[in-house]
Ligand binder design. Structure first.
Ligand code: ADP
Length: 531
């Protein structure tokens, strides 16, 4: 291909063109390679400078006059996409990929487009060839980077979640043992105080672990709301009551202003998570208030047939937050009173979780505060109202009534010796009759030769896990109550009952009174026979 002069100007000077001056300018200056050929003779008529560059053409090479198929044969990579089509017949208005080799045999990926036009009353085709190697490479690199980031985020979530799960098991040992020690009679006062500190600290640690678990779940977008209908006023009454002692001990007044209309409403939402948000705000308000009072205010802004719009507010007379820190406090692991770290414990996750939860509920958690002048956290939510259906009765035994489970025959299926030991101690103290298995296979063996009124079953076990064991037991016994006894916080704990078929579950670390009540609930008629 010999070439005498720069071809690009020819199109303007020597031959009149039906391309507009604008199109011609584009042709000349475009960064894409352009090439024009006559559709009848199939000979190349012109091409621009960028085509020279893209194909690394020698200045002596002239493509004009050669056949388009010759050009393709020379520069298309043998394994190019659309090879046949580009060699033999390029349709009008076509767009596709192709791989070319430059004159110095450098390979590049390109996107090719064709556009028909008239010139000198003859049909022509304009081919544009764009080198997309860089873009493709950048895209690939971006994809790799994105994949790496996703992997890292997943690894982080997995680490946080498995670490928290792992920590829950030894904590179960500490909390369980301190609970157990506290039930000893005639404990000297100072020992009791020590054990109480042990219990308080370990429960506090459990709270932090639960926060981290919650956070990683929300972060991974795995948190689902568990809808339930309930009376919000009653729930918030319970919550504020549970705070009264803590508030009293700091001589801070806690006031709950509930809209008179709130009492009549039964909302349909996630009770636990909504309570968690308000509890966190009340706990922060208490933590950062030295004197004065904290007000929880819930207003009913609107009620329709379907839903209600509620305004929540927690206001304190505490140390306040500097204006420039207002955004920061919602970030993970941020505590703004850095210099006061020792005075106020916490992880800096509470507000992060609360803010994300409020968002999941469809609202926005906001703050108004000035240093030294107290703080006000507030949000508005529109919550569905529960249909006026009778709710299934909760499986709770009246408070105050002491459960009596003497003589109940319990099979403990638990592989962890420490957990089993704590459980054993409580069950023996309550005068139940127990047998123990370390995994499912042993449990099935014991069930063959002994009668039980109830099974407490761990989920993760060697040999045979809790789920499989449950299925096996149910093949021969459809009535025996089986309670999942687990440290694992599943995404949906209720699925243990609704999907896996357990009668109920008890979370480790367990509260002794709660476990006792559940055993009584599921094996109430047995104790008389065996007392
Ligand atoms: P934590 O309470 O565990 O430190 P949070 O995310 O709940 O974490 O709060 C983050 C920070 O915001 C706190 O450390 C504190 O500096 C500030 N903060 C939160 N609530 C209040 C409040 N009611 N008054 C003053 N400061 C607050």
């Amino acid at each position: 291909f010999e070439r005498k002069s720069q071809p690009s100007s020819d199109i303007l000077s020597t031959k009149p063109t039906e391309l507009s001056p604008f199109e011609t300018a584009l042709f000349l200056s475009g960064t894409d390679g352009f090439l024009i050929f006559d559709k009848e003779s199939l000979q190349i008529e012109d091409y621009n400078r960028s085509l020279d560059d893209i194909f690394e053409l020698d200045k002596t090479v002239d493509l004009r006059g050669i056949y388009i198929s010759q050009f393709m044969m020379r520069y298309l990579a043998p394994d190019s996409a659309n090879l046949e089509l580009l060699m033999n017949h390029i349709p009008d208005n076509w767009a596709g990929e192709a791989n070319f080799l430059t004159s110095s045999k450098r390979r590049f990926e390109s996107s090719v487009k064709s556009m028909p036009f008239q010139k000198d009353q003859r049909e022509h085709l304009l081919l544009s060839i764009r080198n997309v190697t860089e873009i493709t490479r950048a895209k690939e690199e971006l994809d790799i980077y994105k994949e790496k980031m996703e992997k890292a985020a997943k690894a982080k979530a997995r680490f946080l979640s498995s670490m928290s799960h792992e920590l829950r098991t030894p904590l179960n040992g500490i909390i369980g043992t301190s609970n157990l020690m506290l039930t000893e009679k005639n404990l000297p006062e100072n020992i009791k105080t020590h054990i109480n500190i042990l219990r308080y600290s370990s429960e506090h640690m459990l709270g932090i672990i639960n926060d981290i678990l919650d956070f990683s779940k929300i972060d991974a977008g795995k948190l689902e709301l568990k809808m339930k209908s309930f009376n919000l006023k009653a729930t918030l009454d319970k919550l504020t009551n549970s705070f009264l002692n803590e508030y009293k001990s700091k001589s801070i007044e806690l006031v709950f202003y509930a809209d008179p209309n709130l009492e009549k409403l039964k909302v349909l939402t996630d009770e636990v998570k909504l309570t968690q948000v308000v509890a966190n705000l009340l706990s922060n308000a208490l933590k950062f208030t030295i004197s004065g009072k904290v007000v929880l205010n819930v207003k009913v802004n609107n009620v329709t047939e379907k839903n209600t719009t509620l305004f929540f507010e927690v206001e304190d007379t505490g140390i306040g937050i500097a204006k420039e820190k207002h955004e920061e406090i919602f970030n993970d692991f941020v505590q703004v009173n850095d210099d006061d770290l020792r005075r106020f414990d916490g992880t800096g996750l509470g507000l992060t979780i609360s803010e994300k939860l409020v968002k999941i509920f469809g609202g926005e958690l906001k703050v108004e505060s000035e240093l030294g002048k107290g703080s006000r956290f507030y949000f508005t939510l529109t919550l569905d109202l529960a249909p006026l259906l009778q709710q299934p009765k909760e499986k709770i035994i009246a408070p105050g009534q002491v459960a009596d489970i003497r003589g109940v025959r319990v099979l403990i299926v638990e592989d962890n010796e420490i957990n089993a030991g704590i459980l054993r101690s409580f069950l023996l103290k309550w005068q139940t009759v127990i047998k123990e298995a370390r995994h499912g296979v042993q449990a099935l063996e014991l069930l063959k030769y002994h009668k039980f009124d109830l099974i407490l079953m761990d989920l993760e076990m060697p040999e045979m896990d809790g789920y499989t064991t449950l299925k096996k037991v149910r093949e021969t016994d459809s009535v025996i109550p089986i309670i999942a006894f687990t440290a694992a916080l599943l995404e949906n704990m209720d699925s243990l009952v609704t999907e896996s078929g357990f009668n109920d579950y008890v979370l480790k670390p367990f509260r002794p009174a709660e476990l006792k009540k559940k055993i009584e609930y599921y094996a109430p008629h047995r104790k008389i026979e065996y007392a």
